[in-house]
Ligand binder design. Structure first.
Ligand code: ADP
Ligand code: MG
Length: 253
């Protein structure tokens, strides 16, 4: 049966914390089956946007329409800083359980059978690691395990927050291939990324953020040098913690 690809529409969306906007004027659509990179300087609101799409963060204004989708059909991989790898669990536990950091772990694996877990571990190159405690894994191995979990969730919408940061090159290229495979399967994939060259090579669409969308569309057009410069200047101008002289001169470090 054909996969019903998920579409996400943002209607003048404002997201923030404790009533204070962090990003606003988000307007546009992630098309069904699209593969989009979210790009922008630190603090430009990329992670905030992903949390809004998951529903973890409720809109302060505007709305998000999710069509062809329930939260069950969504897989979300947070930025690694938000993941606690000291948690006493094995690779197989991690892959088997969905929102492990929220729900905790309750003993033996139930639900997905071990064969399904094995298939995902094979796809990410972690066969033989089933019973390894998470805190013994390298950064790259841990990221492979997290991708196996995403794969097992078999989601129509996949959200990845900086999935390739601080991992070895070999792992990056293996995991990029998985992202491309998910795209080929008509899943809707949205990934926050820093490597502009990789974005240009692999991601057909890009959303450039600076507390508001600077450009959104075909990657080559969206990530034109003048757009990248503008995104940097606008993020600095908004950030009250940035030294004022930098914001005023719009210095690009
Ligand atoms: P990015 O992922 O692009 O680096 P974020 O979405 O993490 O940016 O952050 C956007 C803005 O929201 C920043 O000013 C950041 O300090 C603020 N912010 C992020 N998370 C929180 C939070 N939990 N509470 C308050 N402010 C936050
Ligand atoms: Mg972030």
């Amino acid at each position: 049966m054909a996969r019903q690809a998920a579409a996400i529409r943002l209607n003048d969306l404002t997201l923030g914390y404790d009533g204070h906007p962090a990003v606003h004027h988000l307007e546009g659509q992630f098309a069904p089956g699209s593969l989009t990179a979210v790009v922008g300087p630190n603090g430009s609101g990329k992670s905030t946007l992903l949390k809004g799409i998951t529903g973890i963060l409720k809109p302060l204004g505007g709305s998000i329409e999710r069509s062809g989708l329930s939260t069950r059909n969504m897989a979300y991989l947070p930025q690694s800083a938000e993941i606690d790898r000291s948690f006493p669990a094995t690779v197989a536990d991690l892959v088997a359980l969905g929102h492990w950091s929220k729900r905790g772990l309750f003993g033996a694996i139930s639900g997905p059978d071990f064969a399904a877990i094995e298939r995902t571990l094979e796809a990410v190159g972690l066969v033989g690691f089933e019973h390894r405690p998470l805190d013994t894994l390298s950064g790259g191995q841990a990221q492979r395990a997290l991708f196996a979990r995403v794969m097992l969730q078999d989601a129509d919408l996949i959200l990845l927050d900086e999935p390739f940061t601080a991992i070895d090159e070999r792992t990056v290229s293996d995991l990029v291939a998985l992202v491309q495979r998910w795209h080929g399967e008509r899943r809707t994939v949205i990934a926050v990324l820093h490597d502009i060259d990789m974005v240009r090579e692999v991601f057909p669409d890009a959303l450039l953020m600076a507390r508001e969308p600077i450009a959104w569309g075909e990657t080559g057009e969206a990530l034109k040098p003048e757009n990248l410069l503008r995104a940097r200047r606008m993020t600095e101008a908004w950030d009250e913690h940035a030294p004022w002289h930098e914001a005023r001169h719009g210095s690009a470090h």
